[in-house]
Write a protein that binds this ligand. Structure first.
Ligand SMILES: Cc1cc2nc3c(=O)[nH]c(=O)nc-3n(C[C@H](O)[C@H](O)[C@H](O)COP(=O)(O)O)c2cc1C
Length: 222
C-alpha cells in the first residue's frame, strides 16, 4: 500500500501557541514556522493552549504508578499525540520573566512522562524514536534586557528532556515593546521559517526508510 507507507513516513509535528492572542506577534512567528515545517514535507497539528479547558497538575501522583494522568480533560489526547509526534514547535511570549501560565500548566501535566522515564524507568518514547525527535522554541519579549529568555529557555529545555523531544534550537527576540510589529523584522520572520524547515528536514531524513539527503540549506546542524 504505497499510500499508507507514504503516510507513515510523513513526520508529524505539533505546533503549540502559548500566547492568548491568536493573531499577535507570537502567532505570526508560529505561522511562519508552520509554513517551514510543511515545506519540509511534514504534517503539522496546531494547538492554541489558551483554547483548551484543563486543570493544572494537582499532584495526585497516579502517574507514579501508571502511564495515565488521573485528570481527564482537554490535555488527555495530547499524551498519545506527544508520544507519536516526531517534532515539536513551541511559540510563546515572555510573561513575568518566564513561560506564560497557561502554557506552563500544560507543560506541567507531562509529569506523566517524567514519572514513567525517571521513576519507573520505562520511558513513553522509545530510544529509536527519540533519535529523530527535535523541538524548536520561538519566543518574544517586550523588554530590552539581556536575560529576558533565561527562565523560559531553562523551563523549555527541562520540558524537552521530560518528553524526550530534545531541544534543537530557538528563535528569540526581545525588545518587542519598541519593535511593536514583528512584520517590521523580516529577518526574525525568516529565521522562524528557516529554522523550522531545517529542523523538519532533519526529522524527515531520520524517518525509517527515508532516502538519505542533505539537510535544507546544506547545513550540518543536528
Ligand atoms: C502578563 C504579561 C507579562 C509580561 N511579562 C514580560 C516580561 O517579564 N518580560 C518581557 O520582556 N516582556 C513581558 N511581557 C511582554 C510580552 O512578552 C510582549 O508584549 C510580547 O510581544 C507579547 O506577544 P503576543 O502579543 O504575541 O502575545 C509581558 C506581557 C504580559 C501580557
Amino acid at each position: 500500500m504505497p499510500g499508507m507507507l507514504q503516510e507513515s513516513m510523513t513526520p508529524k509535528i505539533i505546533a503549540i501557541l502559548g500566547s492568548p492572542i491568536p493573531d499577535g506577534n507570537t502567532a505570526r512567528l508560529l505561522n511562519r514556522a508552520v509554513q517551514g515545517a510543511e515545506d519540509a514535507g511534514c504534517v503539522v497539528e496546531r494547538v492554541d493552549v489558551s483554547s483548551l479547558r484543563f486543570r493544572p497538575c494537582m499532584e495526585i501522583f497516579q502517574c507514579l504508578h501508571i502511564d495515565e494522568c488521573a485528570i481527564e480533560d482537554d490535555v488527555t489526547p495530547y499524551y498519545r499525540k506527544f508520544r507519536e509526534m516526531d517534532g515539536l514547535i513551541v511559540a510563546a511570549p515572555v510573561m513575568t520573566m518566564g513561560i506564560p501560565g497557561a502554557l506552563k500548566s500544560f507543560m506541567d501535566r507531562f509529569q506523566v512522562f517524567f514519572n514513567a522515564k525517571y521513576m519507573r524507568r520505562r520511558p513513553l518514547v522509545s530510544s529509536e524514536h527519540k533519535k529523530r525527535r527535535r523541538t524548536l522554541f520561538i519566543s518574544i519579549g517586550g523588554m530590552d534586557i539581556e536575560n529576558d529568555f533565561d527562565c523560559s529557555v531553562t523551563s523549555m529545555k527541562a520540558f524537552c528532556d521530560i518528553i524526550d523531544c530534545p531541544y534543537w534550537g530557538d528563535v528569540l527576540q526581545n525588545n518587542m515593546d519598541a519593535i511593536k510589529d514583528i512584520a517590521t523584522r523580516p529577518d526574525v520572520m525568516q529565521a522562524a521559517y528557516e529554522k523550522a524547515r531545517t529542523m523538519c528536514t532533519l526529522i524527515r531524513n531520520d524517518m525509517p526508510g527515508a532516502p538519505r539527503g542533505p539537510p535544507a540549506g546544506g547545513r550540518s546542524e543536528r
